[in-house]
Design a protein around this ligand. Structure first.
Ligand code: FA5
Length: 335
């Protein structure tokens, strides 16, 4: 028995010493496994005569302990797969892709739809003159309609970098409260026929709630030509609303008032149990046409200002406008 054990030890230690660490499992099973020779010999010790039992038992246990130790050393030589092995066949990790903000997606969709109707895109600055934002849109100083657009006024020193008004008197500057000043800018530089949209950011100094933000986006539309009527306005708005929100949406055109259009309307959409105001619109007021150097006896036109945040809320069933500028990635990654 002792000889057999010693022989086993010699064979095992030399094999383990020269083994490849990758074979650790095989060797462990071979020398220490349930069916290993060592286990087999240890099982036989119980049947030995009493005087041999103690010596063989001690030797057998020493060998078992030594083998376990040598095998552990072998295992430690084994390279850690995740650190040291490079497997070029494993697919790479894809960095997460960025995406367009839902408001940008809606804007792009609207631009595409309006382009299909023959509109082109114009723009104007977010810092505007009081002239373009109010006066030339037929909203003179102290006009009660100004109350509808609570305004962020800029200090003159900031504003003085921009164009002063035509008469040089009025040099007040503000963050535009709507995209309508783009109408004035465009009319002054282009002759009819005019067919433009102007998407952009607008600002109002007002309390925020689920449907009102102090920073939001509008899309202005302006069409001027000979013989334009409310029927043309209705047709364009109907087409766009149905294209973007679906032909089953419930809309209503409500008489309203804007100093720069006559007649004026509000377009509302049925949303989660109540009417949500989506856009203002109307026939361009003759005074505004004159302010844009366009003869109102020859030309007529319509204009509208659509809330891009509101239309995006309707499209996706979003119930709080404040989510758009929250920077909340869980929300943004849904789009
Ligand atoms: C205007 O701003 C007019 N300039 C629209 C217009 C243009 C009328 C051309 C006629 C001709 P109003 O204040 O209603 O109108 O705003 C237009 C749209 O902007 C609203 O219908 C709404 O959809 C959106 N809007 C207005 N205020 C907010 C706000 N605080 N937060 C989010 N959306 C708003």
């Amino acid at each position: 028995m002792e000889d057999k054990l010693k022989q086993l030890w010699l064979q095992a230690q030399s094999e383990i010493a020269s083994a490849n660490p990758a074979n650790y499992e095989i060797l462990r099973t071979k020398y220490l496994g349930r069916k290993s020779e060592l286990n087999h010999l240890l099982g036989q010790i119980a049947d030995l005569p009493i005087e041999q039992k103690a010596v063989a038992g001690q030797l057998g246990n020493q060998i078992k302990q030594q083998l376990a130790e040598r095998l552990n050393q072998l295992a430690e030589r084994q390279p850690k797969a995740e650190v040291e092995l490079f497997d070029p066949t494993i697919p790479g990790l894809h960095p997460p892709l960025g995406r367009l903000h839902p408001l940008t997606q809606t804007t792009n969709e609207l631009v595409k739809l309006f382009r299909g109707l023959g509109f082109s895109v114009a723009d104007g600055p977010e810092v505007e003159t009081e002239e373009n934002n109010f006066n030339l849109l037929n909203i003179p100083d102290n006009h009660p309609a100004r109350d509808a657009w609570d305004t962020f006024w800029l200090k003159e020193s900031v504003g003085s970098k921009f164009n002063p008004s035509a008469d040089g008197q009025n040099s007040k500057f503000l963050l535009r409260t709507h995209t309508s000043p783009v109408q004035i800018r465009y009319m002054k530089e282009h002759r009819p026929p005019i067919r433009i949209i102007a998407p952009g950011r607008t600002f109002r100094y007002e309390a925020e709630d689920a449907t009102h933000s102090s920073v939001f986006y509008q899309l202005e539309g302006l069409l001027i030509d000979r013989g334009i009527t409310v029927a043309h306005l209705k047709a364009v708005i109907d087409t766009i609303v149905k294209d973007i929100l679906g032909s089953e949406v419930k809309t209503r055109l409500r008489p309203s008032f804007f100093p720069f259009t006559e007649p004026s309307f509000e377009v509302d959409i049925w949303f989660k149990g109540h009417w949500l105001e989506l856009m203002g619109c109307g026939m361009v007021h003759p005074t505004v046409l004159k302010n844009g150097d366009i003869d109102p006896t020859e030309f007529s036109g319509f204009a509208f200002g659509l809330g891009i945040d509101r239309i995006t809320m309707l499209k996706h069933g979003i119930d709080d406008i404040r989510l758009f500028l929250s920077g909340n990635l869980d929300f943004l990654e849904e789009f």
